[in-house]
Design a protein around this ligand. Structure first.
Ligand code: ZN
Length: 409
């Protein structure tokens, strides 16, 4: 068995585990060191550090303190890694923690996080998904069962001070363009809830004051939430600091393209078995600014889809110029309306789009004024036929099962 370099106890607060951190900063001390060629296992919390519970209330999704996330395992130092190198990471395998074979999906309240469709689903809701080997199903979303496409939502290397300063400057400037917006445009550094790993004293205080929040993907990768970066993938990360400082967390059992529900995919605590190598000077040699990766040879096999189109005219009839965000939103809303005809609530349909191996494609970005995006819904994940027929949709669900919802306080 490969060595388990980081363990987590789900009964313990992540703040008490010095091999966990929740900010990006070059001064976060390495949790451990490995050699190029080593393979090893890191355990991880779910991204909220265990705040969201396996129960039938969405109060935890409503109340979660989003300044605490994401709890990451690491950083792992790689001997010999220097700025300008590429760190090659093989995701040899990923799984759920044996004492936690379930995951959650939810929508944040518009008042606390929001999400892609927050105007349509402004209240906190939650669904719990049981993990049965390589499959999942939910007591809150009947009629679907599918194979997992397990991946880390968040993985990357530590920034150097210059890159960190650039991130903070551009994001703080961006927030200033509309500082009272709900939800916020971005998240500035926030010292009070920072977890600086092994750091103590003045170093910990500096990390807390300056540390970049983990929410957005950035040049180093980070919170990319790419469903195809799954177990079996090989990723090439830019290195900015000596030792690289690789951290990982936010494991997903499954997710649709876009992670549109934001809280989030099927979120789980688990473990990652990985192997690291170096390509010396690889950033310059290959012209790398953001990570690149090769996909897994193993993915769930769903060949038949019902594909929903969306264009960049929003749901209020307003014309937008080649805006793929608006177009994808329309494709998702169209799919939700369709699924409601089979007896799903809008929330259940939204949860399926956020968790199942749904594909999102940018289909056209030149035909002014409308971008076209498509949402590919695999038909075989359903226990019934969702194809359109002359007879019309058969109402498969009677509405007796619903997702927990929580009113704002
Ligand atoms: Zn996540």
């Amino acid at each position: 068995m490969p060595e388990k370099l980081i363990t987590v106890d789900l009964k313990q607060s992540p703040y008490e585990n010095a091999n966990i951190h929740n900010r990006w900063h070059p001064d976060i001390p390495m949790a451990c060191w490995v050699n190029p060629g080593d393979d090893f296992v890191l355990e991880t919390y779910d991204w909220t550090g265990g705040y969201i519970q396996n129960n039938d209330s969405a109060d935890d999704v409503r109340d979660v303190d989003l300044t605490t996330v994401h709890f990451l395992s690491g950083p792992v130092g790689v001997k010999g890694a220097e700025p300008g190198d590429l760190l090659v990471v093989d995701l040899l395998d990923i799984g759920a923690k044996e004492d936690s074979l379930w995951g959650f999906n939810g929508f944040f309240s518009k008042q606390n996080g929001g999400g892609f469709l927050t105007e349509h689903f402004p209240l906190a809701q939650k669904s719990i998904w049981d993990i049965e080997g390589m499959f999942t199903k939910s007591r809150h979303v009947p009629g679907v069962r599918y194979a997992g496409l397990i991946h880390p939502g968040l993985i990357g290397c530590l920034p150097d001070q210059k890159m960190l300063d650039m991130w903070n400057e551009r994001e703080v400037d961006f927030i200033a363009t509309n500082p009272t917006r709900v939800p916020a445009l971005a998240n500035a550094p926030f010292a009070k809830t920072a977890h600086a790993g092994k750091a103590t004293g003045d170093v910990a205080a500096k990390i807390a004051a300056e540390g970049a929040r983990t929410v957005p993907p950035r040049e180093h990768g980070g919170n990319c939430d790419i469903k195809d970066l799954s177990r079996g993938s090989k990723i090439f990360f830019p290195v900015y600091v000596d030792g690289a400082g690789l951290s990982v967390g936010d494991l997903h059992f499954s997710q649709g393209d876009g992670e549109i529900t934001f809280c989030g995919a099927i979120e789980m605590a688990g473990w990652v078995h990985m192997k690291v190598e170096l390509i010396k000077g690889g950033m310059e040699k290959y012209g790398i600014k953001n990570p690149i990766f090769k996909p897994s040879p193993i993915t769930p096999k769903y060949d038949d889809y019902l594909i929903f189109e969306g264009i960049s005219v929003d749901e209020y009839g307003k014309q937008h110029y080649l805006d793929v965000h608006v177009a994808y939103r329309q494709a998702c809303l169209n799919a939700i309306e369709y699924l409601k005809k089979f007896g799903y609530s809008g929330a259940q349909a939204y949860s399926i789009l956020g968790t199942a191996p749904v594909q999102g494609h940018i289909s056209g970005v030149v035909d002014i004024p409308n971008a076209c995006a498509t949402l590919w819904l695999p038909t075989d994940i359903f226990e019934f036929d969702i194809n359109p027929t002359a007879a019309g949709p058969v109402k498969y669900l009677d509405g007796s099962i619903q997702m927990p919802i929580s009113q704002d306080k």
